[in-house]
Design a protein around this ligand. Sequence first.
Ligand code: AMP
Ligand code: MG
Length: 333
Amino acid sequence: MLTDSDKDIKTASELIRSGEVVGIPTETVYGLGADALNADAVKKIFAAKGRPADNPLIVHIYNLEQSERLAVNIPELFFKLAEKFWPGPLTMIVPKNKIIPDETSGGLDTVGIRMPSHRVMRELIRLSFPIAAPSANRSGYPSPTSAEHVMQDMNGKISAVIDGGISRFGVESTVISFDNADTVRILRPGSVTERELSEVAENVIIDDAILNDIANDRAAPSPGMKYKHYSPEADVKIIEGSFDEFAGYADSLKKDGLYCLIFDNDDKSKLPCSFMTYGNDSDTQAHSLFSRLRELDKAGAKEILVRSPQKDGVGLAVYNRLLRAAGFEVIKL
Ligand code: AMP
Ligand code: MG
């Protein structure tokens, strides 16, 4: 484990430049970083995660000029969005420059680019541009929001992890593509919301796959949409309805290993099962969701009933992660 000191960041950047994989704190979740232009290094990321080879990696930049080294035919709207949201949790998909190996782009002719804001990640990119980095979880499991989470999943599989504390946002970046000159399509919701995007782009489309299961659909606009994701070992179900209905449903199920994930202000005295809370507002829920799912596994949960979050703003990101964790199992009471 490395610290976030300048000396340790330099050590990490040397590891990356020599083709190794390092766990890195970012403002979204922890990432697994490697040299985006080194196919062998990138393959180590896929091996460490057990990630399907057709699921592309986001490539991270330090300044806007670097996007021109990674991409071609970049639309004007990209730069307008960059001005407003970078550095920050927005990933934009554009046609890739040939210097990006197929291993990094999952065989696609596009590349997802992001300029992160986290001090440690920024310094690492400055020293070792360009860095390809997916979330640092084993494939399919909830994303890591602390260095400990990365160690749990990656111990022995990667060269080092930098401990930069708890991730600020707690959900991965908003991923968008461009349908035309003034239309963006949200492929993965995140902390940059539909409303914020529409302050810059004339049209913002929320892709169907954000709220609907397109498993095994080859036409997925983003390969990550096809795969099981964010799932703890326990079986997750999303429960829609009032808290009383939720408590009644939990009571009817009552069994060993049943846990409830509820809001902070719910009336816990009425609850018939063991529980954890994940906040009241969307920002707090985004911040704590993945960590709670991991804690519930640790606590021995077999089945988790989750109170459905709000679905607008950042809440859409929370709901999208939960939907996938639950394999789209939603119970409406
Ligand atoms: P992660 O690296 O774990 O944050 O996941 C990155 C997400 O962005 C995955 O769902 C990828 O499928 C998606 N993504 C990355 N690059 C592209 C691309 N070029 N085209 C479409 N989706 C992409
Ligand atoms: Mg991921």
